[in-house]
Design a protein. Structure first.
Length: 754
């Protein structure tokens, strides 16, 4: 008679396909005739990989098994076994002395199962813990062959790659759309060994010397006493550090701009940050900076949208990347290089190339395209690939060398070192995702998690017992030979060069290069972040830093904080703006953009069908939003409802189309809905959830198209039908064609500037 037991019995029965109760005619609810949900009893292999997970190479050019091939090691045969391959007849019950008796210690299956589970987690990355990744291919144009002998940059060379995007500050389970720098790390499995380009979506860094990395990260991570706030910089310790340590000013300004809240990983630039040295076959060298340029343009969220996303869909960027690849909308970036003569000063137009807080404006050194990256395959297993991939700034190939940037030097130590803790020992290069596609013969032996069975008796050189193998190569046989760069004669000191002391001219250039609307967003970001600090001294110091960038920026933020605007402590630099830094002013393909088609139960169904087709044909993603789930219409013409008024939220869409929307009393908004989303007073003309969707889309600068009576929803949401970017059309397809034009510039920017 225990009610809990009764409920459990009923659930179990339902799962087995027993009496499910009345179907109520609700689409999707199992009816008594539905097939039972019982477990299949025939043994079968694991499901085959989805199309996007079985893309190109499962075997590398040199015959090394990669990706899906690896599954064979742990998943062959049809029967459940122990880790030792012994078949099991039951994995649901511990071995007991009678059904009600004590569990026996001799249950080796229980102990193995729980022991393995207890150790399933590994330490998350100390920074960049949260990430999403994809496989792809890099095709080189050959344009860099004049400055480097690197094989992967030769003409038409195709190289498999694995790219991991990440946030920096948050833990592995934190949200995607936080204000932060994004990691953009690429592993090239080249024919000459692995090359990692471990970059960010911001071309400068917070610090000029790696010895300060623990300081900047301790300041940015949550406060050590309460471990809050998670995954964000809007707190006292972060602003305390970056305002005392003014070399962080340039990077901080970038994160306060739209770059800190990207719309999608697919719409971010990537940067190698440091200056690298390319080497050609004759040994001639060129200094370069690496850039990734996204085909879809660089686009951002707006702050309110980002905050809502973090609650509504914390996996926003991860989902967007995986969905796009699964749909075949493969994201692409061009790799480009800015080149500079390798002079002893290592400066270009007065800019110190060894200072990682500097950029070189593209107007002074254009970015020259050298190849195309296409991401075309989702990982098959998050842990095995995205989590276990190990990048290292020191994974270099012949033709790519480093410079004396002191930030880079420290990274060359840190990335190897961190893997020892994270991946449990020195053999992480043997993990499938980290394996080079070039032959490996390394004389490294033993250690934790050794999986190779090495042969021979002489893992040392010179030897005669293994016939002298392995041999060392010369440069002509592809050896990595360090460039014999002359080291300046100098005393050992803990000092930075004088040129590293300019902390404000580059931030000022960035600020002056922004359009009006971008500046307003930057002002909003500083006002929010400094406004979240409790310490008055930190806020005031924040304003003093801003005064050294620009008086207008400082005054606007000071006004928001209710504090006086200080005067600059040093004269403002004379700088020429770099229009290439702005995200506005061009148009881009709208591929993969998500368009909501909102309709009522009695909306224009033919119109919805036609516009849905048109959205698909334009390479975008249509999502039909209706009062409840299931289908609209019936028979073969029926349209599947992808979002309901209850599950849709504006932030998921780049544009909204309204095909007639139910007013008050329509079947959509039931008494039950009213209990969870009370109707706000004054908007009785429209379902409040549609009203919210439309008003948010409007506030966030998104294009809105209406037809067939959708105007009522505009009025109900308080959106004027003649506002910029609001299209009232005679048909859905007309509305779409105007909306698609608006999407190519990302947002209706006029809405942000009164
Ligand atoms: Fe770093 C991870 C990018 C400076 C120490 N870093 C890491 C990742 C990216 C970057 C994208 C994630 C890689 C992945 O997806 O697995 N880091 C940068 C950039 C920097 C930079 C662009 C400056 C230009 N990093 C930097 C310094 C240090 C580190 C100065 C230490 C002195 N970074 C690490 C690390 C991480 C890491 C602790 C954490 C997990 C890992 O390496 O594998 O070693």
């Amino acid at each position: 008679d225990n009610p809990l037991k009764r409920a459990a019995r009923r659930v179990a029965e339902e799962l087995r396909g027993g009496d499910t109760g009345p179907a109520d005619g609700i689409p999707g609810k199992p009816s008594p005739e539905s097939p039972p949900l019982a477990e299949p009893t025939d043994p079968r292999e694991p499901l085959p990989p989805k199309p996007d997970q079985s893309g190109p190479a499962t075997v590398s050019p040199t015959g090394q098994p990669t990706g899906a091939e690896q599954a064979r090691v742990a998943q062959s045969g049809n029967y459940l076994t122990t880790a030792q391959g012994v078949r099991l007849y039951d994995t649901d019950h511990s071995l007991k002395a009678g059904p009600r008796g004590p569990v026996l210690l001799q249950d080796h299956h229980l102990r193995e199962k729980v022991m393995h589970f207890d150790h399933e987690r590994i330490p998350e990355r100390v920074v960049h813990a949260r990430g999403a990744a994809a496989h792809g291919v890099f095709r080189s144009y050959g344009t860099a062959a004049s400055v480097t002998k690197a094989a992967f940059l030769a003409e038409d060379e195709e190289t498999p790659v694995f790219v991991r995007f990440s946030t920096v500050l948050g833990s592995r389970g934190s949200a995607d759309a936080v204000r932060d720098t994004r990691g953009f790390a690429t592993k090239f499995y080249t024919s000459e060994g692995v090359f990692d380009l471990v970059g960010n979506n911001i071309p400068v860094f917070f610090i000029q010397d790696a010895i300060k990395f623990p300081d900047v990260i301790h300041a940015g991570k949550p406060h050590p006493d309460r471990e809050i706030p998670q995954a964000q910089s809007a707190h006292d310790t972060f602003w305390d550090f970056v305002t005392l340590h003014t070399e962080a000013t340039h990077h901080t300004l970038w994160t306060m701009s739209g770059r800190g809240i990207p719309r999608s990983y697919r719409m971010m630039e990537g940067f190698g940050v440091h200056t690298f040295r390319l080497v050609d076959a004759e040994g001639a060298t060129t200094l370069v900076k690496f850039h990734w340029k996204p085909r879809l343009g660089v686009h951002s969220l707006v702050w309110e949208e980002a905050q809502i996303i973090n609650g509504v869909d914390p996996d926003f960027h991860r989902r967007d990347l995986a969905d796009a690849i699964e749909a075949g909308a493969y994201p692409q970036w061009e790799l480009g290089i800015q080149t500079f003569p390798d002079t002893p000063e290592q400066t270009f137009e007065g800019i110190d190339l060894l200072d990682p807080t500097n950029i070189v404006p593209e107007e002074l050194a254009p970015v020259q395209p050298v190849g195309l990256l296409t991401l075309n395959r989702n990982p098959s297993n998050y842990f095995a690939e995205t989590e276990q991939v190990a990048f290292h700034a020191g994974h270099l190939v012949p033709g790519v060398d480093i410079t004396d940037d002191p930030l880079l030097a420290g990274r060359l130590f840190s990335y190897l070192d961190t893997q020892i803790t994270r991946l449990g020992g020195p053999n992480f290069p043997q993990l499938p995702i980290n394996r080079p596609h070039a032959p490996v013969n390394d004389m490294l032996r033993d250690g934790m998690h050794q999986t190779a069975v090495h042969r021979g008796v002489a893992p040392y050189r010179p030897n005669s017992l293994d016939g002298g193998c392995p041999f060392v190569a010369g440069a002509d046989a592809g050896a990595y030979v360090e460039t014999p760069v002359r080291v300046p004669e100098a005393a050992k000191v803990r000092e930075a060069p004088e040129s590293f002391a300019d902390h404000f001219s580059q931030p000022r250039r960035f600020w002056l290069s922004m359009t009006r609307v971008e500046r307003e967003h930057i002002i909003g970001a500083y006002t929010f972040e400094l406004g979240k600090c409790y310490e008055q001294a930190v806020r005031e110091r924040g304003l003093r830093v801003l005064a050294n960038i620009d008086a207008e920026l400082c005054a606007a933020v000071a006004e928001g904080l209710g504090l006086p605007a200080p005067r600059p402590t040093e004269p403002l630099a004379e700088v020429t703006p770099s229009p290439a830094l702005s995200q506005l002013g061009r148009s881009w393909p709208a591929d993969g953009r998500v368009v909501a088609i909102v309709t009522g139960a009695d909306g224009d169904l033919d119109g919805v069908r036609a516009v849905r087709e048109a959205v698909l044909n334009a390479g975008m993603v249509p999502l039909v939003v209706a009062p409840v789930g299931g289908a609209l219409g019936s028979g073969p013409e029926a349209l599947t409802v992808q979002r309901t008024y209850a599950t849709a939220r504006s932030v998921e869409f780049d544009a909204v189309l309204l095909a007639g929307t139910p007013g008050p009393g329509a079947d959509a908004y039931t008494a039950r809905d009213a209990k969870s989303t009370p109707r706000p007073t004054g908007s009785a003309a429209v379902d409040p959830r549609v009203g919210l969707l439309v008003s948010e889309a409007f506030r966030h600068g998104k294009a809105i198209g209406v037809w067939a009576g959708g105007e009522a929803a505009l009025a109900g949401a308080g959106v004027p039908a003649d506002a910029p970017g609001v299209v009232v059309a005679g048909s859905g397809t007309d509305a779409l064609s105007r909306v698609a034009e608006l999407l190519s510039v990302h947002r209706v920017w006029e809405r942000f500037t009164p």
